[in-house]
Design a protein around this ligand. Structure first.
Ligand code: AMP
Ligand code: ZN
Length: 453
């Protein structure tokens, strides 16, 4: 059974064939450590971690690299705002990132390179780019000359005019072309800096990933992944740097990008105050429910997060753990992961299908109550990173009460739908509430609700 992946470069599904089946390589752009990770940040690490897990079942050696960006202007700003040294910021948020990822069962990478530990490789790469005529020095900055690379814009399918018009590039008087980007910039004494042939300075963000990927995985890698916001300019720039530094050798064979997580239909943003931190979500629901909801949508689709969706995810897991509790007297027989689950994942990580299969396996296990089907259910859970607890641990977790305001908001939406004679929507809301254990009673004086027991 082949693994098929949607390659952003070709905008199509392709059969995955590694360059060297004895050494499969994957690089996922890691976090910039200046804040607590939010649920959107978790998505790439949960889904592409699952891909690493799938690859490991097929290939003897998989090297999964996920970096830590620990030098960045946003980190400097956070340190200044908090009045603490920069290392205090990066150390704190690297540690909380690791805690969150572990709780969510996001597979740890084999190598976790830090930008600050790769400055000599970064400088060497920039020197090569200058020597080959792809980069130039201007007012203490080293810039990449995008006009020296005719394929610039190919991944994101943007023309140079579009890049400039979209104002996604910083226009500066010393640039030869407005879309030229920074490889190295000067650092004043109070900011982190390293000695270089161009004076004391620090690297730009894009060159960090090119240099770390080269150091740990080689010139051409199989898979490179991250959120869809990274296609342009980050990944476009990584391609330009790596291809030009390696004499035209291809950089990445399969580009993968996850869709964005929104919250109640809106983009997460500081100004809206709707940034959902993983650490906060872990107070609302067990980490496995958070993982379940992240996997419930296909990774390329947008995923709209809501408190109710999280509650539903927990209820679904209640049902699955309920099966395991009922079968506690049955000794599970070690079993391989059933084929339909692996087939769903091999189909461009079709996790919604895999979760539907998991539910079907649970139904079968309950019906048959035999060691084989219980073993299969556990094996499927193991591959998906679910059902990792014992049933009594799962049910023993504290449950925060259902959010009343949320329920009332949904009831109001249903009433409005009924008034507008949109009965399909009204029924869908009733079903959603029922899944949360909320029973509605329509009466002359409106709709009342109660929690079913
Ligand atoms: P950052 O630390 O900002 O570089 O982001 C780390 C990863 O999270 C990158 O792969 C981003 O593309 C991804 N990411 C950031 N915000 C979201 C979001 N709302 N939904 C999905 N992925 C996101
Ligand atoms: Zn990167």
């Amino acid at each position: 059974m082949d693994i098929r992946l949607y390659n952003t470069a070709s905008r199509s599904l392709e059969i995955f064939r590694p360059l060297d089946p004895e050494r499969v390589t994957m690089y996922v752009c890691g976090p910039t450590v200046y804040h607590y990770a939010h649920i959107g940040n978790a998505r790439p690490y949960v889904v592409f971690g699952l891909l690493a897990r799938l690859l490991r079942r097929r290939y003897p050696r998989v090297i999964y690299a996920r970096n830590i960006t620990d030098v960045d202007d946003k980190i400097n700003a956070a340190a200044l705002a908090a009045g603490v040294p920069i290392e205090a910021i990066t150390r704190r948020y690297t540690a909380t990132f690791h805690e969150d990822m572990e709780a969510l069962g996001a597979d740890p990478p084999d190598v976790e390179p830090r930008a600050t530990e790769h400055v000599s490789q970064i400088i060497a790469m920039i020197e090569r780019l200058i020597a080959r005529g792809h980069a130039y020095l201007a007012q203490g900055h080293v810039l990449f000359a995008i006009e020296s690379f005719p394929e610039y814009g190919k991944l994101s399918r943007r023309s140079l005019e579009e890049m400039i018009a979209g104002a996604r590039v910083e226009v500066a008087p010393y640039k030869r072309h407005p879309a030229d980007f920074v490889l190295w910039k000067p650092s004043p004494p109070e900011l982190p800096g390293w000695e270089s042939p161009w004076g004391r300075g620090r690297p730009g963000w894009h060159i960090e990933c090119s240099a770390m990927s080269e150091t740990h995985l080689g010139d051409t890698i199989d898979i490179h992944a991250g959120g869809v916001d990274l296609v342009f300019p980050h990944h476009e720039n990584e391609i330009a740097q790596s291809v030009c530094a390696h004499g035209g050798k291809p950089f990445v064979r399969y580009w993968l990008h996850n869709g964005f997580v929104t919250v109640e239909g809106a983009k997460m943003s500081k100004s809206l105050g709707n940034i959902l931190l993983i650490s906060e979500l872990r107070q609302q629901a067990p980490a496995e429910a958070i993982r379940y909801l992240l996997l419930k949508a296909h990774y390329r689709q947008p995923l709209d997060w809501s408190r109710l969706a999280l509650e539903q995810a927990r209820r679904t897991l209640d049902r699955l753990y309920g099966v395991l509790r009922d079968l506690e007297h049955v000794e599970a027989l070690p079993a391989p992961c059933p084929e339909p689950i692996e087939a769903a994942l091999a189909d461009d990580l079709n996790t919604p299908r895999a979760l539907a299969e998991l539910s079907a396996l649970a139904d079968r296990a309950r019906e048959r109550a035999d060691p084989e089907s219980k073993g299969e259910l556990l094996a499927a859970g193991e591959l998906l990173g679910l059902l990792r607890l014992r049933p009594e641990e799962w049910f023993g977790q504290e449950r925060p009460p259902l959010d009343q305001a949320e329920i009332e908001r949904l009831i109001a939406a249903r009433t409005a739908a009924r008034k507008a004679r949109d009965f399909a929507r009204a029924d869908a809301i009733r079903a959603e509430l029922a899944a949360l254990g909320v029973v509605l009673e329509d009466g002359a004086d409106g709709t009342r609700w109660r929690i079913a027991r």
